[in-house]
Every structure is written in C-alpha cells, then in structure tokens.
Design a protein around this ligand. Structure first.
Ligand code: SF4
Length: 66
C-alpha cells in the first residue's frame, strides 16, 4: 500500500511527539523547528496512525492509496 503524509507547517509546534513515536518517518527541521517527512513509506501504519492521533496540533494528515 502506498501512502502520503502531510504536515501543516503553520500549525506544527515542533513538540517532537511524532518523532518519538516514529523516527523513521518524522524528523524536526533544525532551522524551522517544525516537523518534516523523512520517508513516508518507512515505519508501520500503526505508528503513523498513532502519530496522527497523538499530535497535539492535529496537523498530520495520512492519505492511504492502493
Ligand atoms: S506531533 Fe504534530 S505538532 Fe508535534 S512536531 Fe509532530 S507534527 Fe508538529
């Protein structure tokens, strides 16, 4: 299964919760202090869904495609 992950760069607070849950997919840009996607296909779907529901800013969007 293919997937795309988007992070709303305006809303992201750089709290690092997504990075703690799934460091294969999420990282913090040292210049902006915001999260970005390293590799949308890394990590398990469960990890990414946990990051989506844990994000305090509700700014991660997961799109699944076959
Ligand atoms: S959990 Fe959400 S607010 Fe926190 S760094 Fe990740 S994307 Fe940004």
């Amino acid at each position: 299964m293919d997937r795309e992950i988007f992070i709303d760069q305006v809303q992201c607070s750089g709290c690092e919760a997504c990075v703690e849950i799934c460091p294969q997919v999420f990282a913090i840009d040292e210049l902006t202090g915001k999260a970005f996607i390293l590799d949308p296909l890394a990590g398990t779907e469960e990890q990414i869904e946990e990051a989506v529901v844990t994000c305090p800013q509700d700014c991660i969007t997961l799109i699944k495609a076959n």
